[in-house]
Design a protein around this ligand. Structure first.
Ligand SMILES: NC(=O)c1ccc[n+]([C@@H]2O[C@H](COP(=O)([O-])OP(=O)(O)OC[C@H]3O[C@@H](n4cnc5c(N)ncnc54)[C@H](OP(=O)(O)O)[C@@H]3O)[C@@H](O)[C@H]2O)c1
Length: 253
């Protein structure tokens, strides 16, 4: 059903961090489903190239989710071109591993600046544009639910994302705006390539993470995106305040 022609027909969507990985796969699915999609990322050239490469009505807006000015520019563009917003996927995140003992205030500021302050500002600044009956999807992480060495700051930020969704689902219910979280487990995206650039080391990383899942493998960006697209679609019209784990069972057994 996701990505099927017509699922997002006439809908206006924003996917932050839509120029790579899970965000890119999500943007592609919404566009395939007939929606207009605005994608962001900090690298302006990549945002433009990716927007041009996705068939459909896809607009690239270079924007850093940690920057209030960039977010203002993003939503001004949506307002001027589309006039409203139906779906917001707050996906952009900072992933900075730091074992306890090596955590700096810069790392905390960076991670919380994007994952918490950035998520709050993204949703808050989108609100005036939001059509009643819209859907907000926050991309969380299984790191919020299951420990992973070196990930305490990131995990804390993603636990915060889950908490934001609960409160906002309540606060936005009068406007029939649903707010949900989708929490991927280990997923093969450029984020992981960046953290573990060596091919052999990355294979070993995924096989170690996969060994702990009933499905014995990492997920793909498309598998996470399919659940994000479902939660954002009318098929999930009675799903609110929830947290969908897309982790091959990693955190479930
Ligand atoms: N991959 C995993 O194993 C995994 C597991 C659990 C949760 N997640 C979550 O899934 C989401 C997507 O991760 P991913 O693995 O798809 O990452 P990715 O492959 O690194 O892609 C990240 C995307 O976000 C953009 N981005 C990064 N920082 C940004 C910022 N400050 N403002 C705007 N855009 C920004 C990147 O473009 P620029 O670099 O040009 O800005 C890129 O388009 C994140 O919320 C992450 O925490 C991922």
């Amino acid at each position: 059903m996701n990505g099927q022609s017509g699922t997002f027909s006439g809908k206006i969507a924003v996917v932050t961090g839509g120029s790579a990985g899970i965000g890119l796969a999500t943007a592609r699915m919404i566009a395939e489903g007939g929606g207009t999609v605005y994608i962001t990322g900090r690298d302006a050239d990549r945002v433009a190239a990716v927007a041009a490469s996705i068939p459909g009505d896809v607009v690239g807006v270079p924007a850093d989710s940690a920057s209030a000015e960039d977010l203002d520019r993003l939503f001004a563009r949506v307002r001027e071109r589309s006039g409203r917003l139906d779906v917001l996927v707050a996906n952009a995140a900072a992933i900075v591993p730091a074992p306890l003992g090596s955590i700096t205030t810069e790392i905390i500021t960076t991670v919380f600046g994007v994952n918490i302050a950035g998520t709050i500002m993204t949703v808050q600044k989108a609100l005036p544009l939001f059509a009643d009956g819209g859907a907000v999807v926050l991309v969380g992480s299984m790191a919020a639910h299951k420990a992973s060495r070196g990930q305490s700051v990131y995990a804390a930020s993603k636990a915060g994302v889950r908490a934001l969704a609960r409160t906002w689902a309540l606060e936005l219910s009068s406007r029939r705006i649903r707010v949900n979280v989708v929490s991927p487990g280990p997923t093969d995206t450029p984020a992981i390539t960046q953290l573990v650039p060596d091919d052999e080391a990355r294979k070993a990383f995924f096989s170690r993470m996969g060994a702990g899942t009933p499905m014995t493998r990492a997920g793909t960006a498309e598998e996470a995106a399919a659940v994000i697209a479902f939660v954002a679609s009318a098929a999930a019209s009675h799903v609110n305040g929830a947290d969908y784990h897309v982790d091959g069972g990693y955190g479930q057994v």
